[in-house]
Every structure is written in C-alpha cells, then in structure tokens.
Design a protein around this ligand. Sequence first.
Ligand SMILES: [Zn+2]
Length: 56
Amino acid sequence: MPIADPDIRAIAMRRRLYYKICMRCGTRNPWRATRCRKCRRSDSLRPKKRELGPKK
Ligand SMILES: [Zn+2]
C-alpha cells in the first residue's frame, strides 16, 4: 500500500536510504559515519543507492 501523506513518505524514504554500507563487510553505518563501525579500519563506505525510493 503506497503511503498517501507526502510528509510521512519523505520521512520513510529518509529512514530507508540515509545510511552507508561498508564495502568490506557490508555493515550499515550511520549516514555521518566516516568509517565502518564494525571493522573500523575500513573507510570504504558507500552511500545506499537512492534511485529506488521507498518500498511500495
Ligand atoms: Zn566494515
């Protein structure tokens, strides 16, 4: 079921997409993270791809 309210939709989108993935171990990290919280040494974070939008 699509989310009707655009405000809630925007929040949902932000929650789903604003994090980073460690390219070494695949852990999700906070958006502001500069390095992985799990393997620590790794600074190879990529942002989650944002093309898809929220789940429908
Ligand atoms: Zn990692």
